[in-house]
Design a protein around this ligand. Structure first.
Ligand SMILES: NC(=O)c1ccc[n+]([C@@H]2O[C@H](COP(=O)([O-])OP(=O)(O)OC[C@H]3O[C@@H](n4cnc5c(N)ncnc54)[C@H](O)[C@@H]3O)[C@@H](O)[C@H]2O)c1
Length: 260
């Protein structure tokens, strides 16, 4: 038998790894229940290993499909009896020259990072309305607040999802549903593994971060969990950088290093 749910019932997309996994673990630790969504069944195996008593269920599917989103809501209602929040976190990064990146890759970046979030919001709203205190959190990025070299497709997608969050907050406020975004800076996950494996680039990036280090997935998850909580009752349409100070810097000068 599972313990009673003392926290929130939450859908988390991209829950197989990185920030989504850390958010799932944090919500479960807080007494919540999670429907963990990801496209890769094998990568979600860590959830199954929590055992039958864990207040967590999985949905395997691509978040760009309406069916996956509908399945996640249905699973939350069937298994846990309600839905309190959704964390739209699944994302892909695409780098490539502005003139050469195939437009199909641009389309895919938009589909996963923007269109799937719109689809997700439309899917969860009826269930969130029923509770009267719904919460939606989107993992955007500092890359949604400015441009990066060769990341134009990702910059475009994350910039769009930032404004989708604002627009949805305006439209859903009367339903008591809050919609907020976190904007992680460089964070140690699978998405950035290639960058982490290149010592010179990793170090160069580290030195642009005022806190002088990369973020950990748990540090992003803590803010996501807060934004899904009852305590976050009067914050909506907020775009919250969780970036070690990256967006505080104008970029004109490199921050003063710790000790060199
Ligand atoms: N790592 C960073 O430095 C960083 C910085 C800013 C923003 N972000 C954002 O954080 C979010 C999480 O990324 P992460 O860093 O944890 O990377 P990650 O690669 O570890 O996790 C992303 C997860 O999303 C899943 N996913 C991707 N496309 C999917 C789809 N179409 N359907 C279902 N699942 C899908 C992947 O399978 C993976 O498990 C993303 O939106 C990313 O853009 C990451």
């Amino acid at each position: 038998m599972s313990e009673p749910i003392t926290g929130r019932v939450v859908i988390v997309t991209g829950a197989a790894s990185g920030i989504g996994r850390a958010a799932t673990e944090r919500l479960l630790d807080g007494g919540g229940a999670v429907v963990a969504v990801d496209r890769e069944a094998a990568a979600l195996a860590w959830v199954d290993e929590l055992g039958p008593g864990a207040r967590v269920d999985t949905v395997v599917g691509d978040v760009t499909s309406a069916e996956t989103n509908a399945n996640a809501v249905a699973r939350a209602l069937e298994r846990f009896g309600r839905l309190d929040a959704a964390v739209f976190n699944a994302g892909v990064s695409m780098s490539g020259d502005l003139l050469e990146l195939p437009m199909e890759e641009f389309d895919r970046t938009i589909a996963v990072n923007v269109r799937a979030v719109a689809l997700g919001i439309r899917s969860v709203v009826p269930a969130l309305r029923a509770g009267g205190q719904g919460r939606i959190v989107v993992t955007a990025s500092t890359s949604g607040l400015g441009g990066d070299p060769n990341l134009w497709a990702y910059n475009t997608a994350k910039g769009a999802v930032v404004n989708l969050v604002r627009a949805a907050a305006v439209d859903l406020g009367a339903d008591g549903i809050t919609v907020n975004a976190v904007c992680p800076g460089p964070t140690e996950t699978a998405m950035t593994s290639r960058l982490q494996s290149l010592p010179v680039l990793h170090e160069e990036l580290r030195r642009t971060i005022p806190l002088q280090r990369w973020g950990r997935p748990e540090e992003i998850a803590a803010v996501i969990a807060f934004l899904t909580s009852a305590d976050a009752s009067f914050i909506t349409g907020a775009i919250v950088p969780v970036d070690g100070g990256v967006t505080a810097n104008t970029g004109q000068f490199r921050p003063r290093p710790l000790a060199d």
